[in-house]
Design a protein around this ligand. Structure first.
Ligand code: ATP
Ligand code: MG
Length: 416
């Protein structure tokens, strides 16, 4: 992508009402556009980052047997009444509206109910189970406060997978499997070392649910971390009984602020009872399907990563989710144009995603934009360097700068 073609521009300031660091940076660098508090549009650079995050999650969900679908955002009231969750007293984040006919509808805040009902069409025998449908979808929640940028949206992206199993035993095996998949997701997103499997309240079918909490000073949750065992306890269940259950003592735990980047939950037969999702077992008996739900917030993750890795100069994306791998800076006249164009072709031909700063701007402007946008590798082609047959190579997160020949550059990029 040539920067001269990209319709977004960087800016020195963010909207005055934007208080969160992740949104300020993402807006200034042209990744997102703020429609209103908690509502952000994704621009070309932001869409690429979001897609990279989504793709990592997708690969790991497919690896545990997930089947991708796309459910509807518009939801009729009946299915939610069946489970008792239509009432604003039960679910306080509903956005509701009416059809022209006057019927009530809601904008889906989550999808347990509609998916459970949908599965009644396809599940009738033990042979139809287990199944693991999942989706990436915008969820709508009328959050009371939305001051954390992408981390608490009023519309936001969620990956939600739902497991439909024959019984608790089959469910438990999958629960373990997807726990591992979640660890792989956060590892690949570059936040594995600061993300903890966290014990939280479990509902009626399991003693605990599990959240994946990433340490962050701007986190809205409090967790108690056991570094040695790489686990944590959410403050909502931080009791002597839970400590005893997990075999940990208070003095081994450290209180931390964290952001919930995902959670996994045993639903049991709560929704299959309410909506009568059952199947005929091998012995002919009728059984209720045993369910679980598994969420991750790709847009929250994007905000968190933006905020976590940023430095005083701007964004610093981890390699695997950056919108482009290389930011190519061209400085100088005709010779530089020729050489930089050629290098752009060479890198692109090797499958390396390049954002090419081909604008006629001052070097200072280009370097400042490179730093704000936060692409991992910066390569500079200038008239002076061309005479030495070299390019300047800078790593964004360390600032390390070296002079390399093009061959050396290609070698370095293929290693990293
Ligand atoms: P929180 O306690 O932070 O409100 P939640 O318990 O309501 O989260 P879930 O309903 O379990 O969240 O949603 C699944 C995932 O979706 C969460 O783990 C989180 O990553 C993401 N998520 C939830 N609410 C938001 C939001 N308002 N904005 C962005 N992501 C969100
Ligand atoms: Mg919530």
């Amino acid at each position: 992508m040539r920067l001269s073609h990209l319709f977004t521009k960087t800016s020195k300031t963010a909207p005055a009402d934007e208080v969160s660091k992740n949104a300020q940076l993402l807006i200034r660098a042209g990744y997102v556009y703020k429609e209103m508090a908690g509502v952000y549009a994704y621009l070309p650079l932001g869409k690429r980052v979001l897609e990279n995050i989504v793709q990592i999650i997708r690969e790991e969900m497919n690896a545990v047997g997930g089947q991708e679908i796309s459910l509807t955002a518009l939801q009729g009231k009946d299915v939610w009444e069946a489970s008792g969750r239509w009432s604003d007293d039960v679910m306080d984040v509903w956005f509701k509206t009416k059809l022209a006919s006057g019927s009530d509808i809601g904008l889906a805040p989550t999808h347990e109910e509609p998916l459970t009902r949908l599965m009644k069409t396809y599940v009738s025998s033990y042979k139809d189970l287990p199944v693991y449908p999942y989706q990436f979808q915008i969820k709508f929640r009328n959050e009371l406060r939305s001051k954390s940028g992408l981390m608490r949206g009023r519309e936001f992206w969620m990956k939600d997978l739902y497991s439909f199993s024959r019984n608790q035993q089959e469910h438990d095996a999958f629960y373990e499997k997807i726990t591992e998949a979640y660890h792989r997701v956060y590892e690949r997103l570059g936040i594995g070392d600061i993300t903890y499997k966290t014990f939280a309240s479990g509902g009626s079918f399991a003693k605990y649910s599990h959240e994946f909490q990433t340490l962050s000073d701007v986190g809205e949750d409090i967790i108690y971390v056991h570094e040695g065992r790489k686990l944590a306890i959410n403050e909502e269940v931080y009791t002597d009984e839970v400590l005893a259950d997990l075999g940990v003592s208070k003095d081994e735990l450290v209180e931390k602020k964290a952001v919930e980047v995902g959670n996994i939950f045993t639903l049991g037969t709560k929704f299959s009872d309410a909506l009568d999702l059952s199947y005929t077992a091998e012995d002919g008996s009728k059984e209720k399907v045993f369910m679980g739900s598994y969420g991750i917030g790709p847009s929250r993750v994007m905000g968190l990563i933006a905020e976590h890795f940023a430095d005083e100069k701007g964004l610093v994306w981890p390699e695997d989710i950056a919108p482009y791998r290389v930011y190519l800076v061209r400085i100088g006249g005709e010779k530089a144009v020729h050489e930089a164009d050629a290098l752009y072709e060479t890198l692109t031909a090797r499958g390396i995603d390049v954002l090419y700063d081909d604008r006629d701007e001052r070097p200072g402007t280009k370097f400042a934009d490179a730093e704000l946008i936060g692409i991992p590798h910066r390569v500079t082609v200038s008239d002076r360097l061309i005479e030495q047959e070299q390019v300047e190579y800078t790593v964004r997160n360390t600032g390390d700068t070296t002079l390399l020949t093009v061959d050396e550059l290609l070698g370095t990029l293929s290693k990293s």
